[in-house]
Design a protein around this ligand. Structure first.
Ligand SMILES: [Zn+2]
Length: 54
């Protein structure tokens, strides 16, 4: 089973949804995204609006 991935960029920790690869500062939101993605096979804009862009 896939899990939220922890990454470090510019000395900051981020969490990546293993399903859609969106990156979040908040682990809880990343987990939420992953649950949504797994269930619905699509992204929820209410969640992905918190995604971090590099
Ligand atoms: Zn996702």
């Amino acid at each position: 089973m896939k899990m939220v991935k922890k990454i470090t960029k510019n000395k900051k920790t981020y969490y990546v949804c293993a399903e859609c690869n969106f990156t979040y500062k908040d682990k809880k939101i990343a987990a939420k995204c992953e649950n949504w993605c797994r269930k619905h096979h699509s992204c929820n804009v209410e969640i992905t609006k918190y995604a971090v862009k590099f």
